[in-house]
Design a protein around this ligand. Structure first.
Ligand SMILES: Cc1ncc(COP(=O)(O)O)c(C=O)c1O
Length: 487
């Protein structure tokens, strides 16, 4: 690989799908603007290419007998090491294992691990801004979950309220097992002070589990702090498909002493030393102990390849670059009087990464998202983003003064109640993408009456264009791709 791949400008264009075009409802064919990275990022081409080359040597792991098995085993081992190194986790103290197809499997796993590690403590603290994947597993497995409030800034919620956290930690100290908090909100992109949370939690004897699903692609992570171990994270979970490698697994990094203290959650091949008909001896080796069965070997290798390259560019640099774009977008949003952006928008008060959620006043989020797609080729996501309590908390006093007539308020509230539109950014997004979004939002605000006549709402509540039927089957047909070489 040449050095140039590590240049930021080269990196930003090394993604598959940046030149994807679609025909639109007005007859134009334009480049898609992908603003849905918080759901899943685009594929990093070097990882894809590396994987294609690796498939020539593919074999299962856990063997060093034949050449391919040895290559696979070594690369898979390297993938674990790479994750630990990338996240600054001391390999003596932490183990990394791959699980499921995203962060959700890891969260469920850790909820059970922490429950079994300290069964005498029945309470978990989560913040109000959590994705359901970092809320429901704790509700199911812990017994008692307390939702922590967020700091308020000029009427808008910001990051987790540390004073409130400390108050609960101090009040409930003997019952609290752990604090589970997201590093970055998947709705507002607001960054939480996770290392301060860890320091506080540890002071009161609680453990800390961080949902890193929205962190790893966007900002540096420090699981170990050699000079300040009280700020270490006890466990950390993230998704490979949100880190530029669709098809890669979810990842868990956890303190080895916690994992070693209990029987592994999952049992089967690969995690045992010996099996007799009446008993089995579990290996003490990591990650084998935590990875029963055949793992997603290619996905893990592709993910580690990506982390390796991101590391060489430097996550500090990437974070700075992305922050510049997010600040630019937030500023540009200010120029749209008909648009409400949710969460504290001053980045000096609340730094953000990746996501910005908004609504156009008096326009249903579903309609905005449909028009953005059909007329502007901008891919966004809408509704509640698997964070219902947080989204509902924010859709409150967001009606601008000039629309606050009594007869308006109820109808606007009812419409906004059901959700928001989210634009989310990755390494590949540019100011030009932000400008496309701004132009589109202005167009929707100016022509909403006309647009309304073009859509109907189907039985599931989706906005469907009355006449436009994009020929998606012609644009992409798996059938023709797989048939072509054989007919
Ligand atoms: C903050 C956060 N946590 C957890 C998840 C769940 O991740 P996955 O879908 O990869 O399981 C998501 C997904 O959007 C998320 O944004």
């Amino acid at each position: 690989m040449t050095q140039s791949i590590y240049r930021l400008d080269a990196l930003r264009t090394a993604f598959i799908g940046l030149d994807t075009t679609y025909p639109l409802a007005d007859g134009r064919v334009t480049r898609r603007v992908y603003l849905d990275s918080t759901a899943s990022t685009l594929m990093f081409r070097p990882a894809h290419d590396a994987l294609e080359a690796y498939y020539r040597h593919y074999a299962n792991t856990h063997s060093r007998l034949h050449f391919s098995a040895k290559i696979s085993t070594d690369l898979y081992h390297w993938a674990h090491e790479k994750v630990l190194q990338f996240l600054h986790a001391d390999p003596e103290e932490y183990a990394c294992f791959f699980t499921g197809s995203g962060a959700t499997a890891g969260m469920n796993r850790m909820a059970r691990v922490f429950r079994d590690f300290r069964p005498d403590r029945d309470t978990v603290l989560v913040s109000l801004m959590e994705h359901h994947s970092n809320d429901l597993p704790h509700r199911k497995h812990a017994g008692r979950v307390i939702h922590l409030p967020l700091k308020e800034h000029s009427g808008q919620p910001g990051c987790i309220d540390l004073a409130a956290l400390e108050a609960v930690l101090s009040r409930e100290r003997d019952r609290i097992n752990y604090v589970a908090v997201t590093g970055v909100s998947n709705v507002t992109g607001i960054i939480n002070p996770i290392y301060d949370v860890a320091e506080l939690a540890h002071r009161y004897g609680a453990l800390v589990l961080v949902d890193g699903a929205q962190m790893v692609a966007h900002l540096p992570v420090w699981i170990s702090h050699p000079d300040q171990p009280e700020r270490n994270l006890d466990a950390f979970v993230f998704s490979g498909h949100k880190t530029y490698v669709p098809g890669s697994p979810g990842v868990v990094v956890c303190r080895k002493d916690i994992l070693s203290a209990i029987e592994p959650e999952e049992v089967g091949g690969g995690m045992v030393e010996r099996v007799f008909v009446d008993r089995y001896i579990i290996t003490s080796q990591f990650p084998d102990r935590e990875e029963a069965g055949t793992p997603n070997i290619p996905g893990a290798i592709a993910l580690a390849t990506t982390l390796d390259i991101l590391d060489r560019v430097g996550m500090d640099t990437l974070f700075q670059e992305e922050s510049r774009l997010i600040h630019y977008a937030l500023e540009r949003f200010q120029s749209l009087p008909t648009v409400m952006v949710y969460g504290e928008t001053d980045p000096r008060i609340c730094p953000r990464a990746a996501s910005i959620s908004f609504n156009i006043y008096d326009v249903d989020h579903g309609l905005t998202a449909a028009i953005l797609n059909d007329y502007h080729n901008i891919a966004v996501r809408n509704e509640c983003f698997c964070a219902h309590p947080y989204v509902e908390e924010m859709i409150r006093d967001d009606i601008p003064p000039d629309l606050r007539r009594e007869e308006n308020i109820l109808s606007i509230r009812a419409k906004l109640k059901s959700g928001m539109v989210r634009a989310s950014f990755g390494l590949y997004n540019t100011e030009e993408d932000v400008e496309r979004l701004m132009t589109a939002l202005r167009d929707i605000s100016d022509h909403i009456k006309d647009y309304r006549t073009l859509y109907t709402v189907d039985a599931e509540g989706n906005y469907v264009h009355r006449t436009f039927r994009p020929p998606l089957g012609e644009i992409f047909s798996l059938q023709s791709l797989v048939e072509a070489p054989f007919v």
